[in-house]
Design a protein around this ligand. Structure first.
Ligand code: EPU
Length: 430
């Protein structure tokens, strides 16, 4: 079993290039199914979720080659719209295959989405979209089938703001007959990135980035080239690292506007931030102020950044409160932080923190990718060694997590647990 060993690292200083966004890439790779010619995507990170998509693509006949940092996709020979339930359930965003293959072939058989297990994550809004466009959805034990003789444009009002269902609606409607209008749509950068890509192929999507999106169906999509936007969530976590012990970290190749809520909060806790056109530098002052965080859909403070922010707030003297309204149960990291000595308590959808209490290394387990980032940051600030298991969750979202954190001076190593180490680790677990 792999694990990460983190040592107290003091100040973290340096620069990091930020890769393409995981959550955009997972949509773009599947959106490529819709094209009628070859597509080239840049900025796609080498992460486990992308390898799963590559496996599914092979199964259905979509050729996907990696060449010099680009992924070249040939969707012309797709011969199946049946996705292995095991593969679909091994990551979250497999639902995009449902939208894209339904649009192209009128029928798809696919397993339920899996991925981060921090909370049950409904897909009712995805189903609502398929039905509104005229498809029938049949649910079986471990898969569902969506089919339509013809997809027809529709007026769709989302009951809640969801980035996944907004993207899926664009995928499903882009080749539907007539006009589709989405209301109460998500405005996340990943939604806009997917729309920009599809429009580049000849789709007619208007208004992405606002709450109302209009899609005029087209019958053919060309090939084309696109580069995924930078990963705002990875960038945010690295900037927070500067705050741990008064360091200075620059993230390069980013779009600063995508991090506005995060940067504002960092300012409030006492981290000085400077933005250039495509880089951001965070200057820790060595002293952090407690604060209150409430997550919200974009442009609010991202749920994916509340966990790393929690690691930072453990260092801020006084009481902080972190509330997650998007995923109210996304708090599996709290019990793990307590194992490091953190004074943090969970009540309803909020974590209550008494910051400034010294942390002590121990064995902790990451249950999802962002919980992993949080434990990693906490481990770098804790005295002694922290062992982090659940590395597979971290690797779902981070390309070379060790290398990039090491480049800012973090003392981290990836290790393989052997039989001799096990008793020591069990002792640490307490
Ligand atoms: N929701 C519904 N019904 C649905 C879909 C969503 O009620 O059919 C609710 C969710 O329960 C949640 C809210 O709507 O309360 C927003 O969920 P959304 O659909 O936007 O989330 P998602 O598409 O499942 C994506 C990211 C998550 C990120 C969220 C929120 C991907 C693959 N995942 O999930 O990223 O936290 O948006 O921004 O794009 C991560 O990267 O670690 C991660 C979990």
């Amino acid at each position: 079993m792999k694990y990460i060993q983190a040592e107290y690292s003091g100040q973290l200083n340096g620069s990091v290039y930020i890769p393409g966004a995981k959550n955009s890439s997972l949509a773009l790779l599947v959106a490529a199914c819709l094209a009628d010619d070859i597509v080239t995507l840049g900025g796609i990170p080498c992460i486990d979720d992308v390898s799963i998509i590559a496996g599914i693509s092979r199964d259905i006949g979509m050729e996907l080659k990696q060449e010099g940092g680009q992924v070249i996709i040939d969707p012309r020979k797709i011969h199946s719209a049946v996705i292995d339930p095991g593969k679909a359930s091994s990551y979250r965003a497999s639902y995009y295959f449902a939208g894209a293959l339904l649009a192209k072939f009128g029928r798809v058989t696919i397993g339920f989405p899996g991925g981060d297990d921090f909370v049950s994550r409904p897909i009712d809004q995805h189903i609502k979209v398929f039905q509104a466009l005229g498809a029938q959805v049949q649910i079986f034990d471990d898969y569902y089938v969506v089919e339509a003789a013809e997809l027809k444009g529709a007026e769709i009002y989302f009951d809640t703001v969801t980035s996944g269902a907004t993207i899926n609606a664009m995928l499903a409607a882009v080749r539907a007959k007539g006009r589709t209008q989405l209301h109460n749509a998500a405005v996340d950068p990943e939604v806009v990135d997917t729309a920009v890509f599809l429009n580049q192929l000849g789709a007619r999507i208007y208004g992405a980035g606002t709450e109302h999106i209009r899609i005029e169906g087209v019958s053919y999509l060309n090939g084309g080239t696109h580069v995924a936007i930078p990963d705002r969530l990875i960038a945010g976590a690295f900037l927070m690292a500067a705050g741990l012990n008064g360091g200075q970290v620059t993230v390069k190749d980013v779009i600063p506007e995508h991090l506005s809520a995060c940067l504002a909060k960092m300012g409030e806790v006492g981290i000085h931030v400077e933005c250039g056109e495509s880089h951001i530098t965070a200057y820790g002052t060595g002293s952090l102020k407690a604060t209150r965080i409430r997550t919200g859909m974009y442009p609010g403070f991202a749920t994916d950044l509340q966990q790393p922010m929690t690691a930072l707030l453990l260092q801020a003297k006084g009481k902080s409160i972190v509330t997650d309204r998007v995923f109210p149960k996304r708090f599996a990291h709290v019990a793990q932080l307590r194992r490091l000595g953190a004074e943090i308590e969970l009540r309803k959808e909020s974590a209550f923190i008494r910051g400034g209490v010294p942390l002590q290394g121990s064995w902790v387990h990451a249950t999802d990718v962002r919980a992993g980032t949080c434990l990693l940051l906490a481990g770098l600030a804790a005295e002694g060694s922290t062992i982090i298991t659940g590395v597979e969750h971290i690797e779902r979202g981070y390309e070379d997590v060790i290398g990039s954190f090491k480049s800012i001076g973090a003392k981290l190593s990836m290790r393989e647990m052997d039989a001799q180490e096990l008793p020591g680790l069990i002792h640490l677990r307490g």
